[in-house]
Design a protein around this ligand. Structure first.
Ligand code: PLA
Length: 422
C-alpha cells in the first residue's frame, strides 16, 4: 500500500521528465493571432486588416500629438514619482473618466452614486466588473452578450464566475440589426440577468441600434425584465467622431435612475493601446451603497494585480483636465474617425467600379472601426493565401488599417475571392 502511494506521488520531474510534458499546443488568439501570422509573412505587399488598431494614411501607428505633449510634460515634471497608486488608481482620473462617459452634468455623479476604478484598459475593466458581479450580484449570474460579439467577452465572463449566453443581434440577410430577434431573446431570458451592450460602434458588426431602438431596449431592460445593463465602451468618439454622441445610450440608461456598469477603454480613442488605460464605473441607486460597493471592489482588485500602473492614466488625466489639450484631443479623434469614414467610401467605390457581385452598401452604413463584410471563411483564407491580406475569419476588416494606396489592392482581392466562391 505504502509503496504504491509512493510511486504515485513521484513527479515526472523527479523521474527526469517535465511536469508540463502533457501541455498541449494552444491555438493563437483569433484576433491577436492574425498579427502574429501577418508578421511572419515576408511579402512586401501584405496588408493587416485584423486587429482594430488605427493606422495613418501611410499605414503607420499614430501617436496623438496631445499624448506626446502630455508625456513630455510628465517626464519634465520633477515633482512626480513612482509611488504605488491606491487600489482603484488615480482619483482625479476616475472622476474625469466618469464625467467623460456620463457627462460632466450627470446627476448620478453629483449625487455620489458612481464608483469608478482605474483598470487595465477595456479588457481589465470588463474582467474586474465581471468578478465583482460573480461575487456580489443578487440577480441571475448569467450575462447575455450579442451574437456575434467581441470574442473575448465569451472568455472573460465565465472566468469571472458568470454564465455567458447570447442574444440575437445581427441579421446576415439585411446586414443590419435583428431588432425583433433581439427583443424576443431578451424577453425569453430570466428576469434579473446581466445584459452586455456595446455602447457604440459594435464589434465586429459595425451595427448599432438607432436611438428609437435603444429606447425600446431600455424599456425591456427596466420595465419588463429588471436586467442589469453592462456597457462595453471601447470606441467612444470613433463611431460618430463626437464623444457626447457616442455616449448617448449609456447616458440614457443612467439617466433613468437605474443601475448600470460601464467599462471604458482609452486604447482606441487616445491611441493608448499598450498603456492599458481604462475605467470601470458602477452606477448604483444610493450613495451609501456606492461606498460599500467601492470597498468590495478593492477586495476584487487587490489580489488580482494589487494596484494599476500610473503612466497612461496620468496622460489621460492631463488631457482631460486641460481645456486646451481636451479640445486638441477632440480634433485629433475626429480626424481619425473621419479618415475611417473616408475609407468606407473609397472601398465601396472601388468595389462598385469593379462591379463586384453583391450589394456593398453595408460598408457605408456600418459604424466605427470595422466592416463586417459578409466574406466567408473560405474567401478570407483565400485572400490571405493569394493576396497576403489578413483579416479575422468572420470576415471583419479593420477599416483603420486601410489607406488610399491599399484600397485598390484590397478591392481587387475581394473581387477575386467573391467571383471565385460565389
Ligand atoms: N471591448 C471591445 C468591444 C473591443 O473591441 C476591445 C478591443 C476591447 C473591449 C478591449 O480593448 P482594450 O483592452 O485594449 O481596451 N478589440 C480589438 C483588440 C481592438 C483586441 O481584440 O484585443 C479588436 O481588434 O477587436
Amino acid at each position: 500500500m505504502q509503496d504504491s502511494m509512493a510511486s504515485l506521488s513521484v513527479s515526472p520531474a523527479a523521474a527526469g521528465g517535465s511536469c508540463f510534458a502533457h501541455v498541449q499546443q494552444a491555438p493563437e488568439d483569433p484576433i491577436l493571432g492574425i498579427t502574429v501570422a501577418f508578421n511572419k509573412d515576408p511579402s512586401p505587399v501584405k496588408v493587416n486588416l485584423g486587429v482594430g488598431a488605427y493606422r495613418t494614411e501611410d499605414g503607420k501607428p499614430l501617436l496623438l500629438n496631445v499624448v506626446r505633449q502630455a508625456e513630455l510634460h510628465l517626464v519634465s515634471d520633477e515633482s512626480r514619482n513612482k509611488e504605488y497608486l491606491g487600489i482603484t488608481g488615480i482619483v482625479h482620473f476616475n472622476k474625469l473618466s466618469a464625467q467623460l462617459i456620463l457627462g460632466s452634468d450627470s446627476p448620478a455623479i453629483a449625487e455620489n452614486r458612481v464608483v469608478t476604478a482605474q483598470c487595465l484598459s477595456g479588457t481589465g475593466s470588463l474582467r474586474v466588473g465581471g468578478e465583482f458581479l460573480g461575487r456580489h450580484y443578487s440577480g441571475q449570474k448569467i450575462i447575455y452578450v450579442p451574437s456575434p460579439t467581441w470574442g473575448n467577452h465569451l472568455k472573460i465572463f465565465p472566468l469571472a464566475g458568470l454564465e455567458a449566453r447570447t442574444y440575437r443581434y445581427y441579421d446576415p440577410r439585411t446586414k443590419g440589426l435583428d431588432y425583433e430577434g433581439m427583443l424576443e431573446d431578451l424577453r425569453a431570458a430570466p428576469n434579473g440577468s446581466i445584459l452586455l451592450l456595446h455602447a457604440c460602434a459594435h464589434n465586429p458588426t459595425g451595427v448599432d441600434p438607432s436611438q428609437e431602438q435603444w429606447e425600446g431596449i431600455r424599456r425591456v431592460v427596466r420595465e419588463e425584465k429588471q436586467f442589469l445593463p453592462f456597457f462595453d465602451c471601447a470606441y467612444q468618439g470613433f463611431a460618430s467622431g463626437s464623444l457626447d454622441n457616442d455616449a448617448w445610450a449609456v447616458r440614457r440608461f443612467v439617466g433613468d435612475g437605474g443601475e448600470v456598469f460601464v467599462a471604458q477603454s482609452y486604447a482606441k480613442n487616445m491611441g493608448l493601446y499598450a498603456e492599458r488605460v481604462g475605467a470601470l464605473s458602477i452606477i448604483v441607486k444610493e450613495p451609501a451603497v456606492a461606498t460599500r460597493v467601492e470597498s468590495q471592489l478593492k477586495l476584487v482588485i487587490r489580489p488580482m494585480y494589487s494596484t494599476p500602473p500610473t503612466h497612461g492614466a496620468s496622460i489621460v488625466t492631463l488631457i482631460l483636465s486641460s481645456k486646451k489639450w481636451f479640445e486638441e484631443w477632440k480634433e485629433e479623434l475626429k480626424a481619425m474617425a473621419d479618415r475611417i469614414r473616408s475609407m468606407r467610401h473609397e472601398l465601396f467605390n472601388a468595389l462598385k467600379e469593379r462591379q463586384t457581385p453583391g450589394n456593398w452598401e453595408h460598408i457605408l452604413n456600418q459604424i466605427g472601426m470595422f466592416t463586417f463584410t459578409g466574406l466567408s471563411k473560405e474567401q478570407v483564407e483565400y485572400m490571405r493565401r493569394e493576396d497576403h491580406i489578413y483579416m479575422t475569419l468572420d470576415g471583419r476588416i479593420s477599416m483603420a488599417g486601410l489607406n488610399s494606396r491599399t484600397v485598390p489592392q484590397v478591392a481587387d482581392a475581394i473581387h477575386r475571392a467573391v467571383v471565385k466562391f460565389s
